[in-house]
Design a protein around this ligand. Structure first.
Ligand code: AMP
Ligand code: ZN
Length: 114
């Protein structure tokens, strides 16, 4: 996946502000934050979108939620709640086709589909 932006970030070919990394997952700050904390959690394995998750690759998705729980426990901004979003496809506004989980914290959020 040589032309994938997030694969290039994982490989260090494009700089990012790294928050966390292990053998399966990379977490970095969104370049255009919409909350005091706006991180992107991505699998190191290239999966384009939610509809490409299947029984062969889904273990990394549960691992991603384990990582989110660990990061939430480690950062005070998460103690009163936070939000996880994964956009899939055009109607949801997905712009990068390497599956990712936006983690938003540090504010009280409204709820809208706009
Ligand atoms: P989505 O619209 O759900 O596909 O989210 C893609 C996200 O990637 C957006 O929130 C962008 O701000 C973010 N993004 C794009 N390029 C970069 C980059 N080079 N470093 C960090 N975040 C990025
Ligand atoms: Zn990729």
């Amino acid at each position: 996946m040589n032309d994938c932006l997030f694969c290039k970030i994982i490989a260090g070919e494009i700089p990012s502000t790294k928050i966390y990394e292990d053998d399966k997952v990379f977490v970095f700050a969104d370049i255009n934050p919409i909350a005091p904390i706006h991180w992107l959690v991505i699998p190191k394995q290239h999966i384009a979108k939610i509809t490409d998750v299947n029984e062969d690759n889904s273990a990394v998705i549960s691992h991603i939620y384990e990582v989110i729980a660990k990061l939430a426990a480690e950062h005070d901004e998460f103690k009163d709640g936070f939000r996880v979003i994964s956009n899939c496809g055009e109607n949801a506004g997905q712009t990068v086709f390497h599956i990712h989980f936006h983690v938003l914290a540090g504010a009280k959020f409204g709820w809208s589909v706009d």
